[in-house]
Design a binder for this molecule. Structure first.
Ligand SMILES: Cc1cc2nc3c(=O)[nH]c(=O)nc-3n(C[C@H](O)[C@H](O)[C@H](O)COP(=O)(O)OP(=O)(O)OC[C@H]3O[C@@H](n4cnc5c(N)ncnc54)[C@H](O)[C@@H]3O)c2cc1C
Length: 378
Protein backbone atom coordinates (compact mmCIF):
# COMPACT_ATOMS: atom_id res chain seq x y z
CA UNK A 1 0.00 0.00 0.00
CA UNK A 2 3.00 2.37 0.12
CA UNK A 3 2.15 5.15 -2.33
CA UNK A 4 5.63 6.68 -2.08
CA UNK A 5 4.15 9.92 -0.74
CA UNK A 6 7.32 10.60 1.26
CA UNK A 7 5.58 11.67 4.49
CA UNK A 8 7.79 9.27 6.49
CA UNK A 9 11.00 10.68 5.03
CA UNK A 10 9.89 14.26 5.70
CA UNK A 11 8.84 13.38 9.26
CA UNK A 12 11.97 11.53 10.34
CA UNK A 13 13.85 13.74 12.83
CA UNK A 14 17.09 11.77 12.32
CA UNK A 15 17.12 11.80 8.49
CA UNK A 16 17.21 8.01 8.72
CA UNK A 17 14.85 7.51 5.77
CA UNK A 18 15.63 8.01 2.11
CA UNK A 19 13.44 7.29 -0.89
CA UNK A 20 15.18 4.79 -3.15
CA UNK A 21 14.32 3.17 -6.45
CA UNK A 22 13.12 -0.42 -6.21
CA UNK A 23 13.11 -3.04 -8.96
CA UNK A 24 9.73 -1.85 -10.22
CA UNK A 25 11.25 1.60 -10.87
CA UNK A 26 9.30 3.38 -8.09
CA UNK A 27 10.65 5.07 -4.98
CA UNK A 28 10.12 3.40 -1.59
CA UNK A 29 11.36 4.40 1.88
CA UNK A 30 14.62 2.81 3.00
CA UNK A 31 15.77 2.95 6.62
CA UNK A 32 19.26 3.48 7.91
CA UNK A 33 19.05 1.34 11.05
CA UNK A 34 22.13 3.02 12.53
CA UNK A 35 20.40 6.41 12.52
CA UNK A 36 16.94 5.15 13.51
CA UNK A 37 16.00 5.66 17.18
CA UNK A 38 12.63 3.83 17.01
CA UNK A 39 10.67 7.03 17.67
CA UNK A 40 7.88 5.84 15.33
CA UNK A 41 7.46 9.31 13.77
CA UNK A 42 7.46 7.66 10.34
CA UNK A 43 4.78 5.09 11.17
CA UNK A 44 2.60 7.74 12.81
CA UNK A 45 2.48 9.93 9.70
CA UNK A 46 2.06 7.14 7.14
CA UNK A 47 -1.35 7.78 5.47
CA UNK A 48 -1.48 4.17 4.27
CA UNK A 49 -1.82 3.14 7.95
CA UNK A 50 -4.80 5.43 8.49
CA UNK A 51 -8.47 5.53 7.62
CA UNK A 52 -9.30 7.83 4.72
CA UNK A 53 -10.03 11.31 6.06
CA UNK A 54 -11.83 13.44 3.52
CA UNK A 55 -14.89 15.54 2.71
CA UNK A 56 -17.70 14.87 0.30
CA UNK A 57 -17.78 17.89 -2.07
CA UNK A 58 -20.30 20.63 -1.36
CA UNK A 59 -20.27 21.98 -4.90
CA UNK A 60 -19.41 20.55 -8.29
CA UNK A 61 -18.70 22.63 -11.40
CA UNK A 62 -17.79 22.40 -15.01
CA UNK A 63 -15.22 25.20 -15.17
CA UNK A 64 -12.56 26.95 -17.21
CA UNK A 65 -10.47 30.04 -16.80
CA UNK A 66 -11.13 33.00 -19.06
CA UNK A 67 -7.47 33.84 -19.58
CA UNK A 68 -6.75 32.12 -22.91
CA UNK A 69 -2.99 32.13 -22.37
CA UNK A 70 -3.24 30.32 -19.03
CA UNK A 71 -5.79 27.86 -20.42
CA UNK A 72 -3.73 27.09 -23.53
CA UNK A 73 -0.77 25.79 -21.50
CA UNK A 74 -2.97 23.82 -19.06
CA UNK A 75 -4.17 20.22 -19.43
CA UNK A 76 -7.83 21.03 -19.21
CA UNK A 77 -9.63 24.21 -18.16
CA UNK A 78 -6.68 25.95 -16.50
CA UNK A 79 -8.34 26.24 -13.10
CA UNK A 80 -5.10 25.31 -11.34
CA UNK A 81 -3.27 28.14 -13.12
CA UNK A 82 -5.98 30.68 -12.29
CA UNK A 83 -6.02 29.80 -8.58
CA UNK A 84 -2.21 29.72 -8.52
CA UNK A 85 -2.06 33.17 -10.17
CA UNK A 86 -4.38 34.53 -7.47
CA UNK A 87 -2.25 33.03 -4.67
CA UNK A 88 0.94 34.44 -6.21
CA UNK A 89 -0.72 37.85 -6.59
CA UNK A 90 -1.34 37.76 -2.84
CA UNK A 91 2.35 37.06 -2.21
CA UNK A 92 1.87 33.34 -1.66
CA UNK A 93 3.84 30.23 -2.65
CA UNK A 94 2.66 27.51 -5.04
CA UNK A 95 3.86 23.89 -4.92
CA UNK A 96 3.34 21.58 -7.89
CA UNK A 97 5.12 19.13 -10.18
CA UNK A 98 7.78 20.16 -12.72
CA UNK A 99 10.52 18.54 -14.81
CA UNK A 100 13.99 18.90 -13.29
CA UNK A 101 17.28 19.06 -15.21
CA UNK A 102 17.35 15.24 -15.47
CA UNK A 103 13.81 15.25 -16.95
CA UNK A 104 12.47 13.60 -13.82
CA UNK A 105 9.23 15.01 -12.46
CA UNK A 106 9.58 16.35 -8.93
CA UNK A 107 7.68 18.72 -6.67
CA UNK A 108 8.97 22.27 -6.41
CA UNK A 109 7.67 25.63 -5.31
CA UNK A 110 7.38 28.88 -7.21
CA UNK A 111 6.93 32.47 -6.06
CA UNK A 112 6.21 34.31 -9.31
CA UNK A 113 3.69 34.11 -12.18
CA UNK A 114 6.59 33.92 -14.66
CA UNK A 115 7.44 30.47 -13.25
CA UNK A 116 3.86 29.18 -13.52
CA UNK A 117 4.35 27.34 -16.87
CA UNK A 118 6.83 25.01 -15.12
CA UNK A 119 4.02 23.61 -12.96
CA UNK A 120 1.19 23.78 -15.47
CA UNK A 121 0.01 20.70 -17.36
CA UNK A 122 -0.21 17.12 -16.16
CA UNK A 123 2.89 14.99 -16.17
CA UNK A 124 1.55 11.44 -16.13
CA UNK A 125 4.25 10.05 -13.87
CA UNK A 126 4.74 9.84 -10.12
CA UNK A 127 6.25 13.11 -9.02
CA UNK A 128 9.06 12.88 -6.45
CA UNK A 129 8.03 14.79 -3.36
CA UNK A 130 11.55 15.31 -1.93
CA UNK A 131 11.48 17.77 0.98
CA UNK A 132 8.39 19.61 -0.30
CA UNK A 133 6.28 18.92 2.83
CA UNK A 134 8.99 20.27 5.12
CA UNK A 135 9.49 23.33 2.91
CA UNK A 136 5.72 23.97 2.87
CA UNK A 137 5.63 23.68 6.66
CA UNK A 138 8.39 26.26 7.02
CA UNK A 139 6.49 28.75 4.85
CA UNK A 140 3.25 28.04 6.73
CA UNK A 141 4.90 28.61 10.10
CA UNK A 142 6.20 31.96 8.83
CA UNK A 143 2.60 32.90 7.98
CA UNK A 144 3.03 32.74 4.20
CA UNK A 145 0.06 31.68 2.09
CA UNK A 146 0.75 28.25 0.53
CA UNK A 147 -1.11 26.50 -2.33
CA UNK A 148 -0.04 22.84 -2.60
CA UNK A 149 -1.16 20.66 -5.52
CA UNK A 150 -0.59 16.95 -6.02
CA UNK A 151 -2.14 13.54 -6.41
CA UNK A 152 -4.55 12.56 -3.61
CA UNK A 153 -1.92 10.35 -1.95
CA UNK A 154 0.50 13.30 -1.88
CA UNK A 155 -2.08 15.64 -0.36
CA UNK A 156 -2.94 12.96 2.22
CA UNK A 157 0.81 12.69 2.90
CA UNK A 158 1.07 16.45 3.37
CA UNK A 159 -1.96 16.60 5.69
CA UNK A 160 -0.64 13.73 7.74
CA UNK A 161 2.85 15.23 7.95
CA UNK A 162 1.54 18.65 9.04
CA UNK A 163 -0.67 17.07 11.74
CA UNK A 164 -2.73 20.26 12.09
CA UNK A 165 -4.85 22.55 9.94
CA UNK A 166 -3.27 25.79 8.82
CA UNK A 167 -5.58 28.67 7.83
CA UNK A 168 -2.91 29.82 5.36
CA UNK A 169 -2.77 26.47 3.51
CA UNK A 170 -4.89 25.74 0.45
CA UNK A 171 -4.67 22.33 -1.26
CA UNK A 172 -5.82 20.80 -4.53
CA UNK A 173 -5.75 17.12 -5.36
CA UNK A 174 -6.34 15.62 -8.79
CA UNK A 175 -8.83 13.04 -9.90
CA UNK A 176 -6.19 10.40 -10.46
CA UNK A 177 -5.94 7.47 -12.84
CA UNK A 178 -2.64 6.36 -11.22
CA UNK A 179 0.96 6.97 -12.22
CA UNK A 180 3.94 5.16 -13.78
CA UNK A 181 7.51 5.78 -12.57
CA UNK A 182 10.09 8.38 -13.53
CA UNK A 183 12.40 5.45 -14.32
CA UNK A 184 10.03 4.28 -17.06
CA UNK A 185 9.48 7.79 -18.41
CA UNK A 186 13.25 8.26 -18.63
CA UNK A 187 13.53 5.13 -20.79
CA UNK A 188 10.95 6.62 -23.16
CA UNK A 189 12.72 9.98 -23.19
CA UNK A 190 16.12 8.33 -23.84
CA UNK A 191 14.64 6.43 -26.76
CA UNK A 192 13.29 9.59 -28.42
CA UNK A 193 16.53 11.46 -27.71
CA UNK A 194 18.55 8.74 -29.42
CA UNK A 195 16.21 8.64 -32.39
CA UNK A 196 16.32 12.40 -32.93
CA UNK A 197 19.91 12.83 -31.68
CA UNK A 198 18.94 15.74 -29.49
CA UNK A 199 18.30 16.43 -25.82
CA UNK A 200 14.68 16.77 -24.70
CA UNK A 201 13.93 19.78 -22.51
CA UNK A 202 10.14 19.47 -22.26
CA UNK A 203 7.67 16.60 -22.63
CA UNK A 204 4.11 17.89 -22.73
CA UNK A 205 1.51 15.11 -22.45
CA UNK A 206 -1.40 17.46 -23.07
CA UNK A 207 -0.37 19.76 -25.89
CA UNK A 208 -3.30 21.67 -27.36
CA UNK A 209 -1.23 23.06 -30.23
CA UNK A 210 -2.48 20.61 -32.88
CA UNK A 211 -5.92 19.39 -31.86
CA UNK A 212 -7.02 21.23 -28.70
CA UNK A 213 -7.86 19.37 -25.47
CA UNK A 214 -6.83 15.73 -25.60
CA UNK A 215 -3.76 13.57 -25.28
CA UNK A 216 -1.21 14.82 -27.77
CA UNK A 217 2.46 14.71 -26.84
CA UNK A 218 4.65 17.68 -27.76
CA UNK A 219 8.36 17.15 -27.26
CA UNK A 220 10.68 20.17 -27.19
CA UNK A 221 14.35 19.67 -28.00
CA UNK A 222 17.38 21.63 -26.87
CA UNK A 223 18.07 22.82 -30.43
CA UNK A 224 14.64 24.53 -30.52
CA UNK A 225 12.99 21.78 -32.55
CA UNK A 226 9.59 20.29 -31.69
CA UNK A 227 7.97 16.97 -32.48
CA UNK A 228 4.37 15.86 -31.94
CA UNK A 229 3.30 12.28 -31.17
CA UNK A 230 -0.10 10.68 -31.02
CA UNK A 231 -0.05 9.84 -27.27
CA UNK A 232 -1.80 6.50 -27.54
CA UNK A 233 0.90 5.25 -29.91
CA UNK A 234 3.76 6.27 -27.62
CA UNK A 235 4.83 3.13 -25.66
CA UNK A 236 5.10 4.91 -22.29
CA UNK A 237 1.64 6.41 -22.59
CA UNK A 238 0.16 3.13 -23.85
CA UNK A 239 1.36 1.40 -20.65
CA UNK A 240 -0.10 4.20 -18.52
CA UNK A 241 -3.41 4.30 -20.36
CA UNK A 242 -3.82 0.52 -20.38
CA UNK A 243 -3.01 0.22 -16.65
CA UNK A 244 0.08 -1.94 -17.23
CA UNK A 245 2.78 0.22 -15.67
CA UNK A 246 1.16 2.00 -12.71
CA UNK A 247 2.48 1.83 -9.16
CA UNK A 248 1.18 -1.19 -7.23
CA UNK A 249 -0.67 1.01 -4.71
CA UNK A 250 -2.61 2.75 -7.52
CA UNK A 251 -4.57 -0.45 -8.14
CA UNK A 252 -5.72 -0.42 -4.49
CA UNK A 253 -5.98 3.36 -4.08
CA UNK A 254 -8.37 4.27 -1.29
CA UNK A 255 -8.45 7.91 -2.39
CA UNK A 256 -10.45 6.90 -5.49
CA UNK A 257 -13.50 7.97 -3.62
CA UNK A 258 -16.02 10.80 -3.45
CA UNK A 259 -14.44 11.73 -0.11
CA UNK A 260 -11.67 14.14 -1.01
CA UNK A 261 -8.54 15.01 0.95
CA UNK A 262 -8.07 18.56 -0.39
CA UNK A 263 -9.92 21.89 -0.52
CA UNK A 264 -10.54 21.74 -4.27
CA UNK A 265 -10.28 18.66 -6.49
CA UNK A 266 -9.30 19.19 -10.13
CA UNK A 267 -10.06 16.92 -13.07
CA UNK A 268 -10.94 16.85 -16.74
CA UNK A 269 -14.47 17.41 -17.95
CA UNK A 270 -14.60 15.38 -21.15
CA UNK A 271 -18.33 15.39 -21.80
CA UNK A 272 -18.85 19.13 -21.47
CA UNK A 273 -20.16 19.35 -25.00
CA UNK A 274 -22.58 16.45 -24.65
CA UNK A 275 -23.90 17.34 -21.21
CA UNK A 276 -23.70 21.13 -21.12
CA UNK A 277 -23.37 22.04 -24.80
CA UNK A 278 -20.07 23.78 -24.09
CA UNK A 279 -17.24 23.70 -26.64
CA UNK A 280 -14.38 21.64 -25.24
CA UNK A 281 -11.53 22.15 -27.67
CA UNK A 282 -9.77 24.80 -25.54
CA UNK A 283 -10.12 22.70 -22.38
CA UNK A 284 -12.69 22.25 -19.65
CA UNK A 285 -12.19 21.19 -16.04
CA UNK A 286 -14.27 19.41 -13.49
CA UNK A 287 -13.89 20.94 -10.06
CA UNK A 288 -15.11 19.66 -6.72
CA UNK A 289 -15.29 22.21 -3.92
CA UNK A 290 -14.68 20.26 -0.74
CA UNK A 291 -14.23 22.88 1.99
CA UNK A 292 -15.09 26.46 2.89
CA UNK A 293 -11.51 27.46 2.09
CA UNK A 294 -12.00 26.02 -1.39
CA UNK A 295 -15.23 27.96 -1.82
CA UNK A 296 -13.56 31.19 -0.65
CA UNK A 297 -10.71 31.07 -3.16
CA UNK A 298 -13.12 30.21 -5.96
CA UNK A 299 -15.26 33.23 -5.00
CA UNK A 300 -12.13 35.37 -5.21
CA UNK A 301 -11.42 34.03 -8.72
CA UNK A 302 -15.04 34.37 -9.85
CA UNK A 303 -14.44 37.18 -12.33
CA UNK A 304 -11.69 35.15 -14.06
CA UNK A 305 -13.38 31.76 -14.34
CA UNK A 306 -16.53 30.38 -15.93
CA UNK A 307 -18.48 28.09 -13.58
CA UNK A 308 -21.42 25.90 -14.56
CA UNK A 309 -23.02 24.04 -11.63
CA UNK A 310 -23.21 20.28 -11.90
CA UNK A 311 -23.95 17.50 -9.44
CA UNK A 312 -21.88 14.78 -7.83
CA UNK A 313 -24.07 11.85 -8.80
CA UNK A 314 -23.83 12.71 -12.47
CA UNK A 315 -20.08 13.32 -12.51
CA UNK A 316 -19.45 10.07 -10.60
CA UNK A 317 -20.94 8.26 -13.57
CA UNK A 318 -18.40 9.79 -15.94
CA UNK A 319 -15.43 9.90 -13.56
CA UNK A 320 -14.77 6.32 -12.47
CA UNK A 321 -11.95 7.33 -10.10
CA UNK A 322 -14.38 9.14 -7.82
CA UNK A 323 -15.69 5.68 -6.94
CA UNK A 324 -13.01 3.08 -7.55
CA UNK A 325 -9.36 2.66 -8.40
CA UNK A 326 -8.14 1.69 -11.83
CA UNK A 327 -8.42 -1.99 -12.80
CA UNK A 328 -5.16 -3.88 -13.03
CA UNK A 329 -4.13 -5.09 -16.51
CA UNK A 330 -3.31 -8.81 -16.68
CA UNK A 331 0.13 -7.88 -18.07
CA UNK A 332 1.03 -5.77 -15.02
CA UNK A 333 2.57 -8.55 -12.87
CA UNK A 334 4.90 -9.83 -15.59
CA UNK A 335 5.77 -6.26 -16.59
CA UNK A 336 6.96 -5.56 -13.03
CA UNK A 337 9.16 -8.69 -13.12
CA UNK A 338 10.63 -7.76 -16.49
CA UNK A 339 11.10 -4.05 -15.84
CA UNK A 340 14.53 -4.22 -14.19
CA UNK A 341 16.04 -6.96 -16.38
CA UNK A 342 14.82 -6.40 -19.92
CA UNK A 343 15.75 -3.66 -22.35
CA UNK A 344 13.44 -0.96 -23.70
CA UNK A 345 12.83 -2.67 -27.07
CA UNK A 346 11.71 -5.86 -25.34
CA UNK A 347 9.36 -3.95 -22.99
CA UNK A 348 7.84 -2.07 -25.93
CA UNK A 349 7.36 -5.20 -28.00
CA UNK A 350 5.92 -7.31 -25.20
CA UNK A 351 3.87 -4.77 -23.24
CA UNK A 352 3.42 -1.46 -25.00
CA UNK A 353 2.68 -2.31 -28.59
CA UNK A 354 -0.87 -1.51 -29.58
CA UNK A 355 -2.55 -4.14 -31.80
CA UNK A 356 -2.26 -3.44 -35.54
CA UNK A 357 -5.95 -2.58 -35.90
CA UNK A 358 -5.73 -0.06 -33.09
CA UNK A 359 -2.60 1.51 -34.54
CA UNK A 360 -4.25 1.85 -37.95
CA UNK A 361 -7.31 3.42 -36.32
CA UNK A 362 -5.14 5.92 -34.44
CA UNK A 363 -3.17 6.88 -37.55
CA UNK A 364 -6.37 7.29 -39.49
CA UNK A 365 -7.89 9.41 -36.73
CA UNK A 366 -4.83 11.64 -36.77
CA UNK A 367 -5.00 12.11 -40.50
CA UNK A 368 -8.69 12.93 -40.30
CA UNK A 369 -8.15 15.30 -37.41
CA UNK A 370 -5.42 17.01 -39.37
CA UNK A 371 -7.71 17.37 -42.32
CA UNK A 372 -10.38 18.72 -39.93
CA UNK A 373 -12.69 15.97 -41.14
CA UNK A 374 -12.58 14.51 -37.66
CA UNK A 375 -15.95 15.89 -36.67
CA UNK A 376 -17.56 14.31 -39.71
CA UNK A 377 -15.93 10.95 -39.03
CA UNK A 378 -17.03 10.97 -35.37
C1 LIG B 1 -0.89 11.19 -12.75
C2 LIG B 1 -2.17 11.92 -13.07
C3 LIG B 1 -3.32 11.23 -13.36
C4 LIG B 1 -4.51 11.91 -13.64
N1 LIG B 1 -5.65 11.20 -13.91
C5 LIG B 1 -6.80 11.87 -14.17
C6 LIG B 1 -8.03 11.14 -14.43
O1 LIG B 1 -8.04 9.91 -14.47
N2 LIG B 1 -9.17 11.87 -14.63
C7 LIG B 1 -9.17 13.23 -14.60
O2 LIG B 1 -10.24 13.83 -14.77
N3 LIG B 1 -8.05 13.93 -14.35
C8 LIG B 1 -6.87 13.28 -14.14
N4 LIG B 1 -5.72 14.00 -13.88
C9 LIG B 1 -5.81 15.47 -13.75
C10 LIG B 1 -5.83 16.21 -15.11
O3 LIG B 1 -4.82 15.70 -15.95
C11 LIG B 1 -5.60 17.71 -14.94
O4 LIG B 1 -4.44 17.94 -14.20
C12 LIG B 1 -6.72 18.37 -14.23
O5 LIG B 1 -7.83 18.30 -15.07
C13 LIG B 1 -6.44 19.84 -13.90
O6 LIG B 1 -6.25 20.54 -15.05
P1 LIG B 1 -5.89 22.10 -15.06
O7 LIG B 1 -6.00 22.54 -16.49
O8 LIG B 1 -6.69 22.83 -14.04
O9 LIG B 1 -4.41 22.19 -14.51
P2 LIG B 1 -2.99 21.60 -15.04
O10 LIG B 1 -2.31 22.63 -15.87
O11 LIG B 1 -3.19 20.30 -15.61
O12 LIG B 1 -2.20 21.54 -13.67
C14 LIG B 1 -2.49 20.56 -12.74
C15 LIG B 1 -1.67 20.62 -11.50
O13 LIG B 1 -1.23 19.28 -11.28
C16 LIG B 1 0.14 19.27 -10.95
N5 LIG B 1 0.75 18.07 -11.49
C17 LIG B 1 1.11 17.82 -12.77
N6 LIG B 1 1.66 16.61 -12.88
C18 LIG B 1 1.65 16.08 -11.63
C19 LIG B 1 2.12 14.87 -11.08
N7 LIG B 1 2.70 13.95 -11.83
N8 LIG B 1 1.96 14.64 -9.76
C20 LIG B 1 1.40 15.57 -8.96
N9 LIG B 1 0.95 16.75 -9.43
C21 LIG B 1 1.07 17.00 -10.74
C22 LIG B 1 0.70 20.51 -11.62
O14 LIG B 1 1.87 20.95 -10.98
C23 LIG B 1 -0.44 21.48 -11.45
O15 LIG B 1 -0.33 22.02 -10.17
C24 LIG B 1 -4.53 13.34 -13.62
C25 LIG B 1 -3.34 14.03 -13.35
C26 LIG B 1 -2.16 13.34 -13.07
C27 LIG B 1 -0.90 14.12 -12.76
Amino acid sequence: MCSGCGACMNACPRKAISMQEEQDGFLYPFFDSEKCVDCNACVNVCPAQKELQGNVPNDVFLAWCNNEKLREKSSSGGIFAQIAAKILEKGGIVFGAAYNEKMRVAHKYIESVEELPLLQSSKYVQSEIGNAYKEAQEFLKKGRLVYFVGTPCQIAGLNSFLKKNYDNLLTSDLICHGAPSNALLNKQIDDIQQKYKNRIIDFNFRSKARFGQGYDIEVSFENGGKKFFNAELVPYFYGFWRNISLRESCYHCHYSSERRVSDITLGDYWLAKKIHRVKTSKGTSLILVNTLKGKKILDECKSSVALIPDNLDRVKKIQAHLSRPVKVNSLHASFVKDFGGKDWDYLCQRYFRAPLRYRCKMHLRNILKTLTLYKLWK
